[in-house]
Design a protein around this ligand. Structure first.
Ligand code: ADP
Ligand code: MG
Length: 725
């Protein structure tokens, strides 16, 4: 791109490094961590004792918050917020589309004497009424009905958002309709955690535990790109679609693998630093940061937490990245595939369960008893993933993730589990019914389980698997970079809930019949392994052989969003969600409809944007270059010479330009198709006609890009966007 944009980007980087290279060190993170959160410490200090204890019971035991306590909490949280300079509050929620939504209200109430006081009642804390009639509800909330309301989720602490000089009290909330139907992603997540807890506790009881609740824990690793903001702003596709719709691969890609874990550039590091420092203050325990495989790609990961809080915090991570990057002249891209031909971004959802005392239920134990318990929970997850592959696949389906899954950089669309050699070996022994020893250690004999200590980070970690056991947790790796982790969490929770329920029932029966718990487990595990082992695959998930083998095993291979989404509304899925009261049929259908619509809207926007960019950017550049070469050939001829190569070049430009125009028209035609018919029908049309037309158009554009001179080509190139930092 020869325009001024490149020059501006370069001088901005220079100015930045001169101006900030000596940035002063801020206060210690240990001092600021959680300083903007109405957390346990603040609650204890600021709340009357009885109210504090009541709130604790709500948080740890899921007891309903008494209305009488709400006023006291509201007053305390308001005073605390105002002490920190807050003027407004917002009920922050996760609507069914997009990331989060918020509407800010002032604390100020005018008084009769012409002044104003800061006020905030229990009612305003517990219930807010966003003017949210335009949030999609998948038909659950017709406009004449009362609107939905937001309600504080006391298990996620309020915090202060400092941005643009304003301080706002942010209250994490659930969003429900007046009839009690969930209009958001948090409500079903909380319900699914509750359901899992109940079943897991039944099993723990059999092992003698007195714990009252089990929480799912989660630590999501986020991948993202940071590119210079000048380039970002110069590309309509990045602004409106989040990804490049045109753009030839750079000569130097990630082939050299010199970026992964390499030194982080100064400006990027400074940006990460501020992101992390802001996140610490609001209590998000981010821990690791590093370069990723692709140029200009990075990763940020927190320490794991309760899955509900982790999900809120994940949103805050994405929002903070987006918010802080421009301060450093950067833009953060969270799209799954911002650059074709370059690695895309995912999000690894590390998932486990823990009892109230903090014991990780997926951690192999030090003794027989604990190992039996570990194997029960582990096999329950294996069964859950085997049975609900389709649901898990659908929970991560999106137009963006379609570019990633199965593209030999991300896991394939086929869901399978990587267990590692040792655990696989143990399960094989179990299935055979109790061999005395294996190459790794004794396993199972007459009800006695002896597991070797599994190394937490065994060398054979498989990067190609969509779902891997990584020593003390499972890692769902097919999750997409831009999505909320609520849906994959819910899908996992509910699938595992069902497994745990069945396992608990069988074990309870056996124990009631006089068996020891170890003997009951020894009877049960071989069956579980036998029934579910097809889901286990430790080989290369990228290979063609695996696709064949998976088909033989009867595993689903749902290649794209359109194929996957119907899994959300199959009869068994609906029955599962209703049984554990996570979502009723209407609520589930609403989510399905919204996901189909979102897919359609995404492709429609991308397609139209592509036509626009084709006509206003690429085609004029192609015609311009065509003219330049034609003039050059004519000039040579006029001077009595011959330009054989020039003529050849002209011929190929004319050919490509014509083809480009034809393909633009073809895409336009595909987009113009009749708007009647079901959303599903549209989705199929988008997948089968529009997406291929887009990719054909892109091919021609990328071919043009590789011959059109730098000064004529109107778009920032991959080389510029990915390597100037
Ligand atoms: P690695 O980097 O090798 O994948 P880490 O131990 O650094 O492994 O963990 C990666 C992510 O997994 C982190 O976000 C971490 O918080 C999360 N994690 C670790 N233990 C658990 C657990 N018990 N439950 C949920 N997430 C976990
Ligand atoms: Mg990981």
């Amino acid at each position: 791109m020869g325009s001024a944009v490149l020059g501006e980007a370069i001088s901005a980087i220079r100015d930045w490094s001169i101006g900030r290279s000596e940035a002063a060190a801020g206060p210690k993170a240990t001092e600021t961590f959680g300083s903007l959160v109405f957390n346990d410490t603040v609650q204890e200090k600021r709340l009357p004792k009885a109210v504090y204890q009541g709130l604790r019971r709500t948080i740890t035991h899921g007891e309903a918050l008494e209305q009488s306590m709400a006023d006291a909490i509201a007053a305390a949280v308001k005073d605390w917020a105002v002490d920190h300079g807050a003027t407004h509050y917002t009920h922050w929620f996760q609507p069914l589309t997009g990331i989060t939504a918020e509407k800010h209200d002032s604390f100020l109430n005018p008084t009769a004497n012409g002044k104003a006081v800061a006020e905030f009642s229990g009612k305003e804390l517990i219930k807010g009424e966003p003017d949210a009639s335009s949030f999609p509800s998948g038909g659950m909330r017709s406009t004449f009905e009362a609107r939905g309301y937001t309600a504080w989720d006391p298990t996620s602490a309020p915090w202060l958002l400092k941005s643009g000089g304003a301080v706002t009290l942010v209250i994490p909330t659930a969003f429900v309709s007046w009839t009690g139907e969930a209009l958001d992603k948090k409500t079903p997540l909380l319900r699914s955690m509750e359901a899992l807890s109940k079943q897991a506790v039944r099993i723990l009881r059999l092992f003698g535990s007195k714990t009252e609740r089990v929480v799912t824990t989660c630590g999501p690793e986020q991948e993202y790109f940071l590119i210079d903001r000048y380039f970002y702003l110069s590309r309509p596709d990045l602004i409106n679609a989040g990804r490049t719709l045109f753009g030839a691969k750079p000569p130097k890609g990630q082939e050299l693998e010199d970026q992964y874990f390499g030194a982080i550039p100064d400006r990027v590091l400074a940006c990460m630093n501020e992101v992390e420092s802001d996140l610490y203050k609001v209590g998000v325990p981010v821990k690791t940061r590093h370069n990723e495989v692709a140029p200009s790609q990075y990763e940020i990961a927190p320490v794991f937490e309760n899955a509900n809080v982790a999900t809120d915090h994940q949103m805050m991570v994405m929002e903070t990245l987006k918010r802080i990057a421009p301060k450093y002249g950067l833009s953060c891209l969270l799209h799954e595939k911002p650059f074709a031909g370059v690695n895309g971004s995912g999000k690894h959802l590390n998932w486990s369960m823990s009892d109230q005392e903090g014991n990780n239920l997926l951690s192999p134990g030090a003794n027989t008893h604990k190992n039996a318990q570990f194997l029960v929970f582990c096999c329950a997850v294996i069964q859950a993933v085997n049975r609900w592959q389709g649901l898990l696949r659908a929970s991560i389906a999106s137009a963006g993730n379609d570019h990633r899954l199965g593209a030999n950089e991300a896991p394939p669309a086929i869901i399978s589990i990587f267990l590692g050699d040792m655990l696989t070996d143990i399960l094989e022994q179990l299935e055979k019914g109790g061999a005395k020893s294996t190459k790794h250690g004794g396993v199972l004999d007459t009800g006695v389980l002896v597991l070797p200590k599994l190394p937490r980070d065994s060398g054979d970690r498989n990067r190609t698997s969509p779902f891997a056991f990584t020593g003390n947790k499972f890692e769902f790796r097919a999750v997409s970079s831009g999505q909320s982790i609520a849906y994959p969490n819910i899908a996992l929770n509910i699938a595992v809930t069902e497994s745990l329920d069945e396992v608990a029932t069988m074990l309870e029966r056996a124990v009631a019949g006089g068996k020891s718990i170890e003997a009951a487990v020894a009877d049960l595990l071989p069956k579980l392994v036998k029934q579910n082992k097809r889901i286990i695959f430790n080989g290369n998930n990228y290979s063609k052989e695996w696709a064949k083998e998976a088909a033989k095993r009867g595993l689903l291979n749902l290649k794209n969003t359109v194929d996957s989404l119907p899994q959300l509304v199959t009869k068994p899925t609906i029955a599962l969600f209703e049984k554990y009261k996570v979502l009723n049929e209407r609520e589930l259908h609403a989510r399905y409809e919204i996901m189909v619509e979102t897919y359609n809207k995404t492709i429609n926007v991308e397609g139209n944007l592509m036509v626009l960019m084709a006509n206003r950017y690429v085609l004029p550049a192609a015609l311009e270059y065509q003219k330049q070469v034609a003039e050059s050939v004519a000039a040579v001829k006029g001077a009595g010479g011959k330009s054989a190569e020039g003529k050849k070049l002209l011929g190929s430009i004319v050919k490509l330009t014509d083809e480009f125009k034809r393909r633009t028209d073809k895409l336009q035609k595909a987009l113009d198709h009749n708007g009647s018919g079901s959303a599903e029908k549209h989705a199929k049309h988008f997948r089968d006609s529009v997406v291929p037309a887009m990719s054909a158009l892109r091919d021609t554009s990328d071919a043009l890009e590789s011959i059109i001179p730098h000064g004529v080509w109107p778009l920032a190139t991959y080389r510029e966007m990915l390597f100037i930092k």
